[in-house]
Ligand binder design. Structure first.
Ligand SMILES: Cc1cc2nc3c(=O)[nH]c(=O)nc-3n(C[C@H](O)[C@H](O)[C@H](O)COP(=O)(O)O)c2cc1C
Length: 365
């Protein structure tokens, strides 16, 4: 049956509202869930309610637009498709469908290391605006091979994710009895068999000496920066001091993120950390954010608080599940129209006009 836009989608967030119709309960729980007690998952959404947008009057909006230049790309809007693993959970065409939607809408796609299709298959369907999200592999030769493949396939930047080496299980996925279907493999990694983990010494920690044994360090980052000709962005930044150190180390830009609440549970909302990171790195250094963005007005608030653009995680999977490439393209169109409407009513004809003064703290209801 061909994909079609389901009835009842008037706003971008409707794709989330209707996700139970498009996704089997276990898959939905895995995608929607966070980690631990879901404290950060909830905080990401709640943070947007702390701000209200101030309407402005009588400004000429007739030449307004949401174009920007980011990482050397000319983009029509400040939305990127966040890296998400296992697209096959949402749709049989998985990331190939997402890539088609990105191409059709001029959107930058950030392809995950853990996609259901290979990075080469995704590149063949994507437009020129494509970045590759990297998880450092235990074996540097495997990481180097991934880098060479991403370079050869025309990805224009590497986005190194650093906040998810350790992930507590998602409570909602556990309760729903979700297990990863066998067909959901990480297609990029099948050629890199993992070395068997050595047994833990008596008394050793399953975290420190176990899962964190090969977690990336500053040495690995320095090595990575020397190992690719592509600009390297860092995803998972929260602390202003880390932001400054990463800027000094020579990374191209930052993504303020907590992995959509799937990393350290109890960490603050991405939106709450954004102003501190922006203040630390200065006005002109590229800073993106994600976590909880569900509408054009959410995006507007993130831009006002210091982001140059925002990444869309779960909504893209819900739209993919609902209507494949068509759904993701429709989602991006809705998000863009919502942002334009918000900008126009807030008196901001361009993204540069969106400033902290565009917002006011929302009074408690
Ligand atoms: C199902 C799922 C899979 C994800 N897989 C990855 C991944 O492979 N790499 C990565 O850097 N981030 C991954 N993320 C995090 C997203 O890139 C993004 O940070 C997060 O979803 C943003 O929050 P939002 O879902 O509220 O928009 C994943 C998120 C979800 C929900």
């Amino acid at each position: 049956m061909p994909d079609h836009i389901p009835p009842g989608i008037a706003n971008a967030i409707d794709y989330e509202r209707l996700a139970p119709q498009a996704l089997e309960a276990g898959r939905l729980a895995y995608i929607a869930g966070g980690s631990g007690q879901d404290v950060t998952l909830a905080a990401n959404r709640a943070a947007f309610e702390h701000w209200a947008i101030v309407p402005r009057l009588l400004r000429n909006m007739s030449t307004g637009h949401s174009r920007l230049t980011l990482g050397g790309m000319e983009l029509p809007h400040p939305y990127l498709l966040a890296p998400v693993a296992h697209g096959l959970l949402a749709h049989p065409q998985a990331e190939v469908a997402t890539a088609r939607a990105a191409e059709a809408t001029g959107t930058c796609l950030v392809a995950s290391t853990l996609t259901s299709h290979t990075l080469e298959e995704i590149a063949a369907s994507a437009g020129p605006a494509r970045w590759f999200q990297l998880y450092l592999q235990e074996n540097r030769a495997h990481t180097l091979d991934l880098l060479r493949r991403a370079e050869a396939a025309g990805y224009r930047a590497i986005v190194l994710t650093l906040d998810a080496h350790l992930q507590l299980p998602s409570r909602s996925a556990l309760v729903a009895g979700f297990t990863m279907p066998p067909e959901c493999t990480a297609a990029n990694l099948v050629r890199y068999p993992p070395a068997p983990a050595p047994p833990l010494a008596p008394g050793a920690s399953r975290v420190f000496q176990g899962a964190m044994r090969h977690a990336p360090t500053w040495d690995d980052l320095r090595w990575l920066l020397k190992s690719t000709r592509l600009p390297v962005w860092i995803k998972g930044v929260a602390h202003p001091d880390d932001a400054c150190a990463l800027q000094d180390a020579g990374v191209a830009g930052l993504v303020v993120s907590n992995h959509g609440g799937r990393g350290l549970d109890g960490s603050p909302a991405s939106l709450a950390m954004l102003p501190g990171v922006r203040a630390a790195v200065g006005r002109d250094y590229p800073v993106l954010m994600d976590g909880g963005v569900r509408s054009g007005s959410d995006a507007f608030k993130a831009l006002a608080l210091g982001a140059d653009a925002v990444l869309i995680g779960r909504l893209q999977l819900y739209a993919l599940a609902a209507a494949g490439a068509l759904g993701v393209a429709h989602l991006l169109q809705l998000l863009t129209e919502e942002l334009h409407a918000t900008m126009a009513q807030a008196g901001c004809a361009t993204l540069a006009d969106i400033t902290p003064e565009s917002l006011t703290p929302a009074p408690p209801c």
